[in-house]
Design a protein around this ligand. Structure first.
Ligand SMILES: Cc1ncc(COP(=O)(O)O)c(C=O)c1O
Length: 396
């Protein structure tokens, strides 16, 4: 008999009932150090008092009206995002997947309105993840996500990540945009080198196509800048945001330049809940905190510390771990042992990590993690690694 919950997840046998900063408390009372943050969502930790206050204040006044009316919390958050980024305009969604939908529509509509309706193709890259909608899975294109769900939304051209030579010839008179994550998350924490992002920007300019960045996982302070592309010193035309921006409340956004968004006139797109007052009340508070240069400097300092400790951990357990990769507090441990076993061993030692492709475990803690918690995290990961060693390996 099918489970009452559609069984699309293989869930761990853990049931959390409370969160406090970097900690999750299980129904049986055990305290887990959370290095997953709901897959890069709880950027400011669990039950952050400033976010709880913003949400409960709003909840006592007004939950929902409609995008038929002005939503002041949306306007305020859009202004903050526009002031802090390349963008001239913002549309709010409830998730990263919905941000992907709009990014694709926006790019196509831009060219349609320019009289180039043949420009519909979006170039994407292997290992990417852009959500689970029909556009999202067609964009990523992996067999794992698309098998059985055809016919797939047409108009996506898939290139191999890192295949520089394939790029220029793939851009044709049908190309509208190039869509890429500055740091692949689900793909196994794979940062795009700054010079490659610069090269992609130049190529898009040269060919007259749009650059769409998916910063759903790597954005909102995660890499130590407000958005990851800032490290490369280049701007996209369209950017997808979600996860961290809501700090745990479902909120996403598409940020765009005036030019790229020019086709999105009244009636061309919408969302019942997108930019709901509750989500935007939290989003405003998240932005106030994360966009503070002092906060981002702390993220960078802690990222350096964490990385150093993880390098030492890898050196101590060379049979379990291969290397550390990533940027800021978006770190990955490439494993030699099966990554799912490492995640399970973490659970047994009350530390939470998230598996990713390429046999990696992801370390995406709340950006508010403390130095002591970083030290404790590495102790627990060490205990998890030690528990995985075979008796002969540990004795020899
Ligand atoms: C890079 C990236 N894009 C898009 C998505 C989809 O976001 P959501 O799950 O909020 O729909 C994710 C989710 O993991 C993601 O990591």
């Amino acid at each position: 008999m099918i489970a009452q919950l559609l069984p699309t997840y293989s869930r761990a046998p853990l049931s959390f009932v409370k969160g406090e900063g970097s900690w999750l408390i299980e129904a049986d009372g055990r305290r887990f150090l959370d290095l997953g943050a709901g897959i890069a969502v709880n950027a400011l930790g669990h039950a952050n008092p400033a976010l709880v206050e913003a949400l409960t204040d709003q909840a006592q006044r007004l939950w929902h009206t409609s995008n038929l009316y002005q939503v002041p919390q949306q306007q305020a958050l859009a202004e903050k995002l526009v002031d802090a980024t390349f963008a001239d305009t913002v549309f709010f969604t409830n998730s990263g997947t919905e941000a992907c939908e709009l990014a694709v529509k926006m790019a196509r509509k831009y060219f349609y309105d320019k009289g180039q309706s043949e420009r519909v193709e979006i170039i994407t890259f292997s290992g990417s993840f852009h959500g689970r909608s029909s556009a999202g899975i067609a964009a990523a294109g992996s067999e794992k996500m698309t098998k059985g769900f055809g016919p797939l939304l047409p108009g996506f051209v898939h290139l191999h990540w890192g295949d520089h030579d394939a790029l220029a010839p793939a851009i044709t008179g049908k190309t509208a945009a190039l869509l890429i994550e500055p740091v692949q998350g689900e793909g196994g924490i794979v940062p795009l080198p700054d010079q490659c992002l610069k090269g992609l920007r130049d190529l898009c300019d040269e060919k007259g196509i749009l650059l769409i960045l998916d910063e759903v996982q790597c954005g909102v302070g995660r890499t130590g800048r407000l958005f990851a592309h800032e490290w490369a010193g280049v701007d996209p035309d369209i950017m997808m945001v979600a996860k961290g921006i809501g700090g745990g409340f479902p909120l996403g956004a598409v940020l765009a330049t005036e030019k790229a968004a020019s086709g999105m006139t009244a009636g061309t797109h919408g969302s019942t809940y997108g930019g709901n007052p509750l989500g935007c009340a939290v989003g405003n508070k998240v932005m106030d905190i994360v966009s503070d240069p002092a906060f981002l400097a702390e993220v960078n300092r802690k990222a350096g510390l964490f990385r150093q400790r993880l390098e030492a951990l890898v050196a101590e357990h060379p049979d379990v771990f291969d290397h550390v990769r990533g940027t800021g507090l978006m770190l990955g441990l490439k494993c030699k042992a099966a990554n799912l076993d490492v995640v399970d061993a973490g659970y047994a030692n009350a530390v939470i990590t998230v598996p990713a492709a390429d046999n990696v475990i992801r370390i995406l803690p709340p950006l508010t993690i403390t130095d002591d918690e970083i030290a404790e995290a590495v102790i627990r990961l060490g205990a998890a690694a030690a528990s995985l060693k075979t008796p002969s390996a540990s004795s020899g």
